[in-house]
Every structure is written in structure tokens, then in C-alpha cells.
Design a protein. Structure first.
Length: 192
């Protein structure tokens, strides 16, 4: 299976390395034509305003919108913001693909980065060490969106809607391959 990682800005190299460890054919994506032969796409963390601006100037916004209508797409952190339908402002370009409302920089300055062990539905029982960096959270998610993980205070930090996946943290900054394997399974399902 061939999985692209949007490589405009942010933590894309780490995703590529993890996908390759899982024997996926992982490629960096910067041009619309590169989406054509992909079975799935990861939108990495970074800065969603920058990713939005670059996607606009590279002519990627509409091709990406079309891509994630029916092909598996996973957004991590800034990627989650980019996938959401509602981020509470109209100023930055987003794909508006997932029925979630997201609050950017939810944790503010006090604890803008932290690490925590999370239980994630769909993975084995072992906790997942999650790295949050100026992270968003999902403030509204209704069916058909499935909630996969919450923090102790109830904040939603991982969701799935059919072939779309979004996580508020950075799974590519650990050595735990389980979420990447979970995404590969979604891609695999969609290919059969
Ligand atoms: N705070 C960033 C944003 O609003 C996201 C941070 C991240 O991706 N680590 O886009």
C-alpha cells in the first residue's frame, strides 16, 4: 500500500519513517498530482495556519478536499485542525472533512506541551504514550464520529469517522507503531 505524508511543513519525516517500519510504501506529498496513486494520506503536526497557507499556494486545497471524501486520511495535531469542519474561525483555510469541532491551542501557555499515557480504543490494552505540543482538543463530536480516546478530564483527543482519523497528539514522536498500524488497517480495509 502506498501512503503519502503531506510534506509542506511540520513533522512529516517521522511519519514516513514509521510507515516504512510497517513496510508501507511511504512518500512525501507536495504536489496535487502526487495524490493520484495514493491509498491513504497523513497530515502531520506543525502549524495549521502555515499548512493551510502553503496548501493554498501549492494548489492543494481542492485536491486534498476531494481526496479525503473517500480515501483514508489521518490528521495529527495541526493535521486534526486541518481536517475539522469547525475550528471557530474563518480566517485560516481548512479541509472541513470531519464532523468535529476543534479548539486550537486548547491547553494555553501554562501547559502548552506535556506527555501522558492514554488508553486508546481499538488498540491493545497497553497505554499509548502521547506527546501533546500546543495541542488542540475536539470540543464536539457526534455520531457517526467515534471517540477513541479522552484525557482524564474528558477532553476528546482521538476520533474516527469511517475512513478519517484524527489525533490531537504526536504518535510519530514515540517508537510505538500501534496507531500507524491502526491507520494502515483502515487503508487496507478501504482497498479491499
Ligand atoms: N498549535 C498548532 C496549530 O494551531 C498545532 C500544534 C502541533 O501540530 N503540534 O496549528
Amino acid at each position: 500500500m502506498r501512503i503519502g505524508v503531506l510534506a509542506l511543513q511540520g513533522a512529516f519525516i517521522e511519519h514516513i519513517k514509521m510507515l516504512r517500519q510497517l513496510d508501507a510504501d511511504a512518500v512525501e506529498v507536495r504536489l496535487p498530482a502526487q495524490l493520484d496513486d495514493l491509498d491513504g494520506l497523513i497530515i502531520p503536526g506543525g502549524e495549521s495556519t502555515t499548512i493551510g497557507k502553503l496548501a493554498t499556494s501549492y494548489g492543494l486545497l481542492e485536491p486534498l478536499r476531494r481526496f479525503c471524501v473517500n480515501r483514508p486520511t489521518w490528521g495529527t495535531c495541526a493535521g486534526m485542525i486541518f481536517l475539522a469542519k469547525d475550528i471557530g474561525n474563518d480566517e485560516q483555510p481548512i479541509l472541513a472533512a470531519m464532523d468535529i469541532q476543534v479548539n486550537r491551542n486548547h491547553f494555553g501557555r501554562q501547559i502548552d506541551s506535556f506527555e501522558i499515557d492514554l488508553r486508546i480504543q481499538g488498540l491493545s490494552e497497553d497505554p499509548f504514550h502521547a506527546v501533546f505540543i500546543r495541542a488542540p482538543v475536539v470540543t464536539q463530536a457526534e455520531a457517526p464520529v467515534e471517540i477513541l480516546a479522552r484525557l482524564d478530564d474528558g477532553a476528546i483527543v482521538a476520533v474516527r469517522q469511517a475512513h478519517l482519523l484524527a489525533t490531537a497528539f504526536h504518535p510519530e514522536l514515540t517508537s510505538d507503531l500501534r496507531l500507524h498500524a491502526y491507520f494502515c488497517a483502515i487503508v487496507n480495509e478501504s482497498m479491499s
